[in-house]
Design a protein around this ligand. Structure first.
Ligand code: CTP
Ligand code: MG
Length: 550
């Protein structure tokens, strides 16, 4: 009575059998489960291992699927989502991984088609040849349908922002509407685990971890998923064995070897891993990546290898978000403003990235004595916090925030979100980017150590500038837009306009600003001053039009 059909196509297990762990793993720390961030990863990875993703005909299949699944063990939760408003999926979480193993070995392959026969935890649920009778004792599992993969439209955002009571309230509402919910997080870990199932057939002790905005608390619905392929340091104590595997040498510390390795991974992913499509290789970058679309969730993914510094960076950003409740809503609002103003873009180019912009916001919060410098976090680090990457970058900093001295935990600065948003725009529109650089590590502006237009020191690798790509034109656009934002925050008010506060900031286009200036000036009968302002803004407008489109 096999009703689940596996969606996997092929195995490459005999393709390459190198000792991946030996060549890479020795110098990378395994994740220690005593800390919150690491705990979250451990918990979510475990959840992903205990879960299967099943494509069903419709929501009505839930009861049938539940009855089918409980034959293999206790089911803890079921989550439904729709892809492109037509394909229905249910993510089923079992209590025990043994149930998942049983269900995988019981499933069959598609009749008739030629497929590469490799099993995974993604299935079709075919129409029932075998009816599963519901047992009387069977409790119906609540089917969670939390719109996991649906992002609110700009119109919906504008509507709920309009009804908020204050700008601070708008920032919190925006954060709540955009942040990743439980199902999105589960699906991101599921995607990582799905790849891990394949790669671990090629290489012993391999794991795939999500990182970046999916995990650092700054992610929004439908944001890209950053993944990293890492050796898992479960030491096998086989020292007593006299038999040692024959293996091939693999030096992933050498750039060209990494590229060759990723070329192979990319082709195997494209050809053999179901759900992975539209694979693109970007192997010349400082950190080579494989881009692909994971079609079961419709999420764009970036896979890198042995990039532990980026994972520790993710942990650092996560910690900053944990230190003060205002950090994540503020970063979300500023990232959204930047996206709507085309300050950031999904396409790489000479503009600031979301990651660098987030560092800029964290730096501003350090100036407001809301966040400590990285130096402080390093000073209070304990022996449990020592971490070093595969190429020797020291990523030691305090992970247990309980151990932060009280002056960093209980802050005198109690500014509300509105005032911080305003303060951020004010800070960056007047900052001397020409001579100064931003340094999270020191928590104060530094003398600019490079000729780049914008210098934001990489907190973990201080010789690097994360904004090396940003040109002077883009920097000027940021400061000008920040200036416009201040104007909007100071001149719109909810009694006059439905498009007020944060809603006005998100919608603001130069043309709108001109209209608003006219409107306000009419109201205030102060035309002389405003004409100059209109002129200034229309100049900015002209330059905008001539710039390449992002
Ligand atoms: N990263 C880094 N150094 C950089 C760029 C990125 O360490 N110069 C790490 C950070 O941990 C970052 C992650 O790689 O969060 C992913 O980078 P990216 O996808 O560019 O940023 P996100 O924070 O994920 O933002 P987005 O939502 O735009 O993807
Ligand atoms: Mg990302």
């Amino acid at each position: 009575m096999v009703r689940l059909k596996t969606r996997e196509h092929a195995s490459l297990s005999s393709f390459i059998q190198g000792n991946f762990k030996q060549s890479l793993g020795k110098r990378i720390d395994s994740l220690n489960i005593n800390n919150t961030f690491e705990n979250t990863i451990t918990k979510r990875r475990d959840q992903a291992r205990r879960s299967i993703l099943v494509q069903v005909y419709s929501l009505n299949s839930q009861d049938d699927l539940q009855s089918y699944c409980i034959q293999f063990g206790d089911v803890l939760s079921m989550h439904h989502y729709q892809k492109n408003k037509q394909h229905n999926y249910i993510l089923v979480e079992f209590k025990d991984i043994v149930s998942v193993n049983k269900i995988i070995s019981s499933a069959s392959f598609m009749d008739g088609d030629f497929v590469a026969p490799v099993k995974s935890s993604v299935f079709w649920f075919r129409k029932g040849k075998f009816v599963c009778h519901k047992r009387n004792s069977e409790k119906k599992i609540f089917l969670s349908t939390e719109n996991g993969c649906i992002c609110p439209t700009e119109k919906e955002i504008a509507n709920f922002l309009q009804n908020a009571k204050s700008i601070s309230g708008q920032i919190i509402d925006l954060y709540e509407a955009l942040k990743l919910n439980d199902l999105e997080t589960r699906l991101r870990f599921h995607t990582a685990y799905h790849l891990e199932q394949y790669f671990s057939r090629l290489f012993q002790n391999t794991k795939v971890l999500p990182f970046g905005s999916s995990l650092n608390g700054f992610g929004r619905k439908r944001c890209d998923l950053d993944l990293v392929l890492l050796p898992d340091n479960i030491e096998e104590n086989n020292a007593a064995s006299r038999l040692v595997f024959h293996t091939k040498p693999m030096k992933l510390s050498e750039r060209h070897e990494t590229r060759e390795f990723m070329e192979i991974l990319a082709s195997t992913m494209q050809h053999f891993i179901p759900g992975v499509c539209n694979v693109r290789k970007i192997l010349e970058a400082r950190v080579p990546i494989i881009k692909f679309l994971y079609e079961y969730t419709n999420i764009e993914c970036d896979l890198s290898t042995t990039n532990m510094a980026a994972v520790y960076m993710c942990e650092l950003l996560y910690l900053y978000g944990e230190i003060d409740w205002r950090v994540r809503p503020l970063v979300t609002a500023i990232r959204k403003w930047a996206k709507n103003q085309e300050i950031t873009s999904d396409v790489p180019g000479p503009w600031i990235t979301n990651f660098s912009l987030s560092l800029l916001v964290l730096f501003y919060l350090q100036q407001k004595n809301i966040l400590p410098s990285l130096r402080v976090l390093k000073t209070y680090a304990t022996s449990d916090d020592i971490r070093c990457t595969e190429n020797g970058i020291d990523c030691t900093f305090l992970r247990n925030l309980e151990k932060l001295p009280p002056e960093y935990k209980y802050k005198s600065n109690q500014d509300n979100l509105e005032s911080l948003l305003h303060g951020f725009f004010d800070y960056i529109s007047t900052f001397d980017f020409h001579t100064k650089g931003i340094c999270i590590r020191e928590g104060v502006p530094i003398r600019k150590p490079s000729r780049s237009a914008l210098h934001i020191t990489n907190p973990l690798e201080t010789t690097l500038n994360v904004c090396k790509n940003v040109n002077i034109y883009e920097l000027n656009r940021i400061t000008e837009k920040a200036h416009d934002a201040i104007y909007i925050l100071e001149t719109t008010d909810n009694s006059r306009n439905s498009n007020w506060g944060l809603a006005a900031l998100l919608n603001m286009k130069n043309i709108d600003i001109m209209n608003m200036i006219k409107l306000n000036n009419k109201k205030e009968e102060n035309t002389t001053n405003s004409l100059e302002e209109i002129h200034e803004i229309s100049e900015v407008n002209e330059v905008d039009i001539n710039q390449p489109k992002k």
